[in-house]
Every structure is written in C-alpha cells, then in structure tokens.
Design a protein around this ligand. Structure first.
Ligand code: SF4
Ligand SMILES: [Zn+2]
Length: 358
C-alpha cells in the first residue's frame, strides 16, 4: 500500500534516537484522533474533484507485525490497543471535517478490509456515512478481498491494491510483500466482476534494482495490472524511517529514483494501457524521495501532477541539463553492474583518495 504520513515537525535526525522519538510521538498521539485529515484534488467520473483524505490510527498492518515490506514505515504510524470505540471517535472527527467532497479516501496503516484492524461495524459505518459521495477509496492486501467481502462493498467503492511489482522475485526478495502477483490479480478481478473500481499501486525502484531495471519493472507491472485496474498509481521509492530501505540508503546501497525515470515510465506506458496513469510522489524533491538535480525538481514534479490529471504527455515537457547525467548514471550502473548509489560511491572514493593524497 502506499505509505503515506502527515508531515510532522521533528528534531534533526541524530539528536535523538529513532526509538525514543517513536515513543515520544506515540505518547502524544491519541487513539481517538485520526492520524491526519486533509483535502486535495483527485479524479472522479473523469473530472477533477475535491477529495477528503482521512488516515485512521489503527493497530497496524498484520503483515508489518511479522516484519513487513522493506520500504514501509507504517509500523511507526500505527498504535497499539486502538479499540472500536476509538475508531468510532476517529470517524466522528473525520465527519466533522467533511464538507460534502465527492471523493473520500480512507487510509489506515494497513488494510481497511482486515477485520483485526478495522472491525466490521466501523467498516459498515464508514460506508453508510459516505454512501452519498461519488467515490470512496480504501486500501487492502489481497487476502482480505474475498468473494463474500466484495459482495458487501458499496457501489461507490474503489479498492486500492498494493501490487508494487508483477515480478514474483521482486515481490519476494526486494519487497518481502508476502503475496504473489497472482493473488493481486485474483483480488482485482473479483472487484471488477462486482462492477467496482480498482486502483493499483506500483513501486518504482524497490531495493536491489538498478535505475533501468526499475523502469522496466514498473512498465511490465503496469501492463500486467492494466487488465484489472481502472487506475495505476506509480509510487517512486521514498525512504522511510526505521525500514530496511533506510538502512541500505544510509549505507549508500541505493539511490531513490530520478524523476526522469518516472517520466520515462509514463512515456512508455501512455497509449499502451487503458487505465488512468497517475503519480503523486511522497517525499519528491528530497534525497529520500524521487529527485533530479535539485534545480528542476519542483517543475518536474509539478509537470507529473498535471499529467496525472490530464493524461497528456505534453505536460511532461520539462528540460534540464541533468537529463544527460541521468542517462550517464544508468550507463555507469550497467557498466559497473550495481544498483548502489554511484554518485555517493564516487564522492566517497574521491574523499578517501583526497585524504590519502593529503
Ligand atoms: S502490506 Fe506492506 S506496504 Fe502495506 S501496510 Fe503492510 S507492511 Fe506496509
Ligand atoms: Zn535538473
């Protein structure tokens, strides 16, 4: 699922350990308040509409409790001991912010359809409260998308499925997803059979994939997902705290993808899939998120946002001299046969050389 967190003001990294910090954050977070509620634009019925986004504080993703996915920081976002009553209060709070937006997205730190995380009464209440809106979107791991459950979903439901990659080896070794692409296809087909919508999430550049391998993986995954998806959301890797990905990133063993790679994925797919293509990268423009040279990041991300509404490749016309650096970077990766952060590796080498020269 798309890891997504409200922005928080935190002390600079290194001043306080992650464990202590996590403890402090949890102390301050009430189980009766949602993690975040905000408004944004999204699409419904083929046009841009206002959307309300709610992130519920839950006991967390069942899979995260057994280790979880390599890039997911949701373990930090969930609490322990959240009760049905707490979740009802969280819904009350979300409803007080609701201004008849046609689109409502309810995220948890796991699966909305997992009854251990969201009791059935809460699920049913959410469906009742938002039955008048055009679209209600929630995320689920495929094992909770059963024939019986799908029959109970409302007509305005969109089920978001975190496929990430259609390559079983990538799912197993790079992501540790705990399900196969076929599991997601089965879930997607069930939802479609019931006449409901599917939004599929893909990851661009999970650990151990080079930039060009990541592009190829996202493209083939989208072609796979197209058969059961109304929308395909490509989520470039964003390095989250306390994850395996963060450890690799700190060691210089991976670089978050270039924005040019995201453009490349969209250019290769446009016209070749029926699903709407979209990407709203979290952490974009930072070293942890999808980024280019720094000078063109804001305009490139803005272009991607436009493309996500329009589907028009003309919106991706951005130029910057770092596009050559991106091409050279991929060439160097191929020559060296590595998925590590080459720029950082080179800088470290130079520093070591300078030190030994000095
Ligand atoms: S399935 Fe994976 S990505 Fe989704 S919430 Fe659980 S651990 Fe995170
Ligand atoms: Zn640039």
């Amino acid at each position: 699922m798309k890891p997504c967190h409200a922005v928080k003001m935190l002390p600079p990294e290194g001043l306080i350990s992650n464990d202590v910090l996590e403890g402090l954050m949890k102390e301050k977070r009430s189980p009766r308040e949602p993690e975040a509620v905000w408004k944004e634009k999204d699409m419904a019925g083929g046009r841009p509409v206002d959307a309300m986004v709610v992130i519920l504080r839950t006991n967390g993703c069942c899979w995260a409790k057994t280790g979880g996915c390599s890039m997911c920081g949701y373990r930090q976002a969930s609490l322990g001991g959240v009760t049905e009553e707490d979740l009802n209060k969280q819904l009350d709070s979300a409803l007080s912010a609701y201004k008849d937006e046609p689109f409502v997205k309810i995220y948890t730190s796991g699966s909305f359809l997992d009854e251990c995380e969201i009791p059935l009464s809460i699920r049913e209440r959410a469906f009742r409260e938002f039955e008048g809106c055009e679209r209600i979107l929630f995320e689920s791991r495929p094992e909770f998308v059963t024939e019986d459950v799908v029959k109970t979903l409302p007509r305005n439901a969109t089920v978001a499925l975190g496929l990430e990659s259609s390559d079983p080896a990538v799912l197993e070794r790079s992501i540790n997803k705990g399900f196969t692409p076929d599991d997601v296809r089965r879930a997607g087909n069930l939802v479609k059979k019931e006449g409901l919508s599917v939004r599929t999430y893909l990851i661009l550049k999970p650990p151990f994939l080079s930039e060009s391998e990541a592009i190829a993986d996202a493209v083939s995954s989208a072609l796979f997902a197209d058969a059961f998806s109304d929308e395909i959301s490509v989520n470039p890797l964003n390095v989250q705290r306390g994850t395996l990905t963060e450890r690799l990133w700190k060691n210089g063993e991976l670089r978050s993808p270039w924005i040019w790679s995201l453009f490349d994925v969209m250019e290769r797919l446009s016209g070749n899939v029926s699903a709407r293509l979209m990407s709203y990268p979290s952490g974009g423009g930072s070293q942890r998120g999808v980024h280019n040279c720094g000078a063109c990041d804001a305009s490139a991300l803005e272009a991607m946002e436009k493309f996500s509404s329009s589907g028009n490749l003309a919106d991706l016309r951005v130029t910057c001299k770092c596009k050559n650096a991106w091409t050279r970077y991929m060439e160097a990766e191929r020559l060296l046969g590595t998925a590590a952060d080459i720029d950082r590796g080179l800088n470290n080498e130079l520093m070591i050389q300078r030190r030994s020269d000095g």
